[in-house]
Design a protein around this ligand. Structure first.
Ligand code: BDR
Ligand code: CA
Length: 314
């Protein structure tokens, strides 16, 4: 089984991504680590614990991580994910607790002990991962690849050019992109193609299992900002792309290119600079990234729904 550490800040789409990942029979999810991003570290950690309870996977350790970005104040996503960071469901407060070790310590421990290299799945702000790489540089060789939701080459969602996960802690994103570890970016260019219409995710209500009901509640909440407020054709599930692409890369098209952060720009601060000029043009930066450009939306939708249907009835 593929060993995985899942670093996240749930988050509606993080929760959907987690539920998909936890249903994958070929994956060994060794830890879920949380980072301050969509909401406070306390709230996103509680949300991760709730997700493990509803999926019945409480054997997986949850470790709480960095509360705030390296150099900047934490800016939360506010109404998009609601007061708790994952509004709209009816799950009770969690009864399990995080492990005593912090996220970076637990990640280092797992990497240190692992006989095979581990895949990192990152669907939140990059602070934990960058802290890990700076504190334990020798462990880079224990990371096989990083599958990331973040960045964009066409436009941003948090500023005209910047996507939230990279904008929130651009210095941390810079560390990850320069680490020399293979990474794949699922940025807004592809995640804006990865939406489910209301008539599509309505199927979740027919599965009659508590996990599918929970996910349907999340879709209902998140749809309002995606469809009504922002005019998307359906509910976006950004973070689910980083999971789906790792499960089945044939769902996506990719380009090999360079991706770097703009740290000192004024209005372009936090933008992700992705080389789109064709081969043959003078390039300053070496290829360091795989960037998703297109998703097969019908097959992506099918995968998401099937994984939610695979949970058992109570
Ligand atoms: C990203 O920002 C967060 O609000 C979402 O969970 C996702 O990871 C999209 O820009
Ligand atoms: Ca997220």
């Amino acid at each position: 089984k593929r060993p995985i550490i899942f670093d996240c800040d749930p988050g509606h789409d993080d929760a959907i991504a987690l539920v998909m990942a936890l249903a994958c029979p070929d994956w060994d999810i060794r830890a879920i680590t949380t980072v301050g991003g969509n909401n406070t570290i306390q709230n996103v950690t509680n949300n991760a614990l709730r997700i493990l309870e509803v999926t019945g996977r409480t054997e997986i350790p949850v470790a709480s991580g960095q509360a705030a970005p390296f150099l900047r104040e934490l800016v939360q996503t506010g109404k998009f994910h609601g007061r708790t960071g994952m509004d709209g469901h009816s799950l009770p407060a969690p009864t399990i607790t995080p492990v005593s070790e912090d996220a970076v310590g637990l990640m280092a421990d797992i990497l240190e002990k692992s006989e095979t290299p581990v895949t990192l799945l990152v669907t939140g702000v990059f602070t934990n991962i960058a802290t890990l790489l700076l504190s334990y540089p020798h462990l880079k060789q224990k990371i096989s690849e990083i599958s990331i939701m973040g960045g964009s080459y066409y436009r941003g969602n948090w500023s005209p050019v910047a996507e939230f996960n990279v904008w929130a802690d651009p210095e941390a994103a810079d560390v990850v992109m320069r680490a020399g570890i293979p990474f794949t970016l699922y940025g807004l260019d592809v995640t804006h193609q990865a939406y489910l219409r209301r008539d599509e995710y309505a199927a979740l209500r027919t599965y009659q299992n508590p996990v599918a009901d929970f996910i349907a509640d999340l879709f209902d909440f998140f749809s309002k900002s995606c469809i009504e407020d922002r005019g998307h054709p359906g509910c976006l599930v950004h973070d689910a792309c980083a999971v789906a692409g790792l499960m089945d890369p044939s769902l996506f098209r990719y380009m090999d290119t360079s991706a770097h952060m703009d740290l000192d720009g004024g209005i372009t601060r936090g933008g992700c600079v992705i080389e789109l000029r064709p081969q043959g043009w003078p390039r300053k930066e070496e290829v360091n990234a795989k960037v998703a450009t297109w998703v097969d939306r019908p097959r992506f939708t099918r995968l998401l729904l099937d994984l939610c249907a695979s949970y058992t009835h109570p």
